[in-house]
Design a protein around this ligand. Structure first.
Ligand SMILES: N[C@@H](CCC(=O)N[C@@H](CS)C(=O)NCC(=O)O)C(=O)O
Length: 207
């Protein structure tokens, strides 16, 4: 298996954590795509992912899989012992629900703020910016932080009792918020405690 990514960027980090959780990091060859230099918008990479975004997983038969959730599904079921995407109808549904809430409400909102209301990746990449939409998404991200804080007052992880793909998305979303200078409100103590728990996992600490 091969992963095309750019180390340290938020979405690649989600997949690197999933790989480490599954003990699969050494089974993968990483190919660096220089996103700041625009390599992800070149025809050779667009042939692998028409969205022009990293990460992309390439299988031995040449199949390419983009989108962190799809890549995580593949890795989680690779050897038939799912740990991050749930077992059984109810657990799988709850994990996917929370993953989507963490992604749309927090992670993507932070990304939209970064790309629209800050210089983002620079003028050669940010060819369209809508500052007020960016600022609106900063508000959305803080609302999502508050929602997650409430939820974590009654359960240890986003989808219930077990760490899952949803926690990875939210954790990296908060790291992205730090980078984009969207502070986590100090009163969100459940969220801070959860962040400490997740951050202590070796897969996350080493990502
Ligand atoms: N929904 C995609 C998002 C991928 C994405 O936006 N990746 C960023 C890196 S963190 C990227 O390649 N950005 C390039 C750009 O915005 O031009 C996923 O889950 O993989």
């Amino acid at each position: 298996m091969r992963i095309y990514d750019f180390k340290g960027f938020p979405n690649p980090t989600r997949v690197r954590i999933a790989l480490a959780e599954k003990g699969l990091t050494d089974r993968v060859e990483f190919v660096s795509i220089n996103v700041p230099a625009g390599e992800h918008k070149q025809p050779e990479f667009l042939a692998k992912n028409p969205s022009g975004a990293v990460p992309v997983l390439e299988l031995e038969d040449g199949t390419t899989i983009a989108e962190c959730t799809a890549i995580t599904e593949y890795l989680d079921n690779f050897e038939g012992r799912p740990a991050l995407t749930g077992k059984g109808a109810k657990e799988r549904a709850l994990i996917h629900m929370m993953q989507r809430r963490a992604e749309a409400g927090l992670f993507d909102a932070v990304a939209t703020y970064f790309h629209h209301a800050t210089p983002g990746l620079g003028p050669h990449i940010e060819t369209y910016q809508n500052h007020s939409w960016g600022e609106k998404n900063r508000e959305r991200a803080v609302t999502a932080m508050s929602y997650l804080d409430d939820l974590l007052g009654s359960q240890p992880y986003l989808a219930g009792e077990r760490f899952s793909m949803a926690d990875i998305t939210a954790f990296v979303g908060l790291a992205y918020a730090d980078f984009a200078k969207i502070p986590v409100p100090a009163e969100l103590t459940n969220l801070s405690a959860w962040r400490g728990r997740v951050g202590d996992r070796p897969s996350v600490a080493n990502a």
